[in-house]
Design a binder for this molecule. Structure first.
Ligand code: F6P
Length: 327
């Protein structure tokens, strides 16, 4: 018995991310090694409301470190956003004798967890699990590295056909309201431009994108468009380009949910494992309502309120690198 934590609940919520399973495994095994029982909550906060719970042994998390998605399922639960939903969830906490919660997810997951912790005085520890990398206080989120690799692989394939047909490809990339995936995939894929919400006006960014193609006399180009940078996404940008340059042949590719799948990279597996173990240690140390993050390869504890509310900006040198290298 440590800080009165005998049983923890673990859940994954919001968009799934590669490496969530590695995090579940780490949390489960680290807890059991400390004599703490683990109850897996299925389908995120929905499962907490409905009491969809199964106690996990070490064996229950065998063979999952390499698997994408989440074995305990995920959901976006609007009911948990209501006081009544959270009241029902607390009934499950009492019934199952859960002393603390570990929530793996992104912004929405942490927002719900923090509110719940405040209302019912239950320790909540957040693990950053989202492909978007949009949480303040951590250099990386679980799933981001894998998603970045997936997008880069897709760009490489598109490059072949773009070059062969001398076309301009507009590729729509996920990221919610953040441009990390788009910008860094553009660097990795050697793209001509990235259109992201964090920089300049979209019109200027598109003009630059077209300019970049011209200056080098390129006969094809790949421009990444962050899903929320412009209303209508990549299709809108294609229309804008064709209006100015009817001679250009454009094609639109929306990568969609492909970006969330696949086996996690070694980086994501290691990150998830380290953060999961640190989450249990944090609970034993009496921590509550913090996200476990990574900064300069060190584990850090960040108040959930900061992780949610502070704005994480893209790196200026990355933006500059893309501009320099895409001419
Ligand atoms: O947060 C992860 C994410 O994939 C975002 O990049 C995207 O905007 C959103 O989830 C898509 O959500 P859904 O799977 O519910 O359509």
């Amino acid at each position: 018995m440590n800080n009165h934590i005998n049983i923890i609940g673990v859940l994954t919520s919001g968009g799934d991310a590669p490496g969530m399973n590695a995090a579940i495994r780490a949390v489960t095994r680290a807890a059991i090694s400390q004599g703490i029982r683990v109850k897996a909550i299925y389908r995120g906060y929905k499962g907490l409301i409905d009491g969809e719970i199964k106690e996990f042994s070490s064996q229950d998390v065998s063979g999952i470190i390499q698997r994408g998605g989440t074995i305990i399922k995920s959901a976006r639960c609007t009911e948990f956003q209501t006081p009544e939903g959270r009241r029902k969830a607390y009934q499950t906490i009492l019934k199952e004798q859960i002393d603390a919660l570990i929530v793996i997810g992104g912004d929405g997951t942490f927002t719900g967890g923090r509110l719940f912790a405040q209302e019912y005085d239950i320790p909540v520890i957040g693990l950053p699990g989202t492909i978007d990398n949009d949480l303040w206080g951590t250099d990386a989120t679980i799933g981001y590295d894998t998603s970045l690799s997936t997008i880069t692989e897709c760009i490489d394939k598109l490059r072949d056909t773009a070059t062969s047909h001398e076309r301009v490809f507009l590729v729509e990339v996920m990221g919610r309201y953040a441009g990390f995936l788009t910008l860094n995939a553009a660097i990795a894929g050697g793209c001509e431009a990235a259109i992201i919400p964090e920089r300049a006006s979209v019109k200027e960014q598109i003009e630059d994108a077209i300019g970049n193609g011209r200056r080098k006399s390129k006969n094809s180009s790949i421009v990444l468009v962050q899903e929320h940078a412009v209303e209508g996404g990549a299709a809108t940008v294609a229309q804008m380009i064709e209006k100015v340059h009817p001679e250009y042949s454009t094609r639109v590719t929306v990568l969609g949910h492909l970006q969330r799948g696949g086996s996690p990279t070694a980086y994501d597996r290691i990150l998830a494992s380290r953060l999961g173990v640190a989450a249990i240690q944090a609970l034993l140390d009496g921590q509550r309502n913090v996200m476990i993050g990574i900064q300069n390869d060190d584990i850090v504890l960040v108040p959930l309120s900061k992780a949610i509310h502070q704005k994480k900006d893209i790196k200026e040198d990355s933006w500059e690198a893309l501009q320099t290298l895409s001419i």
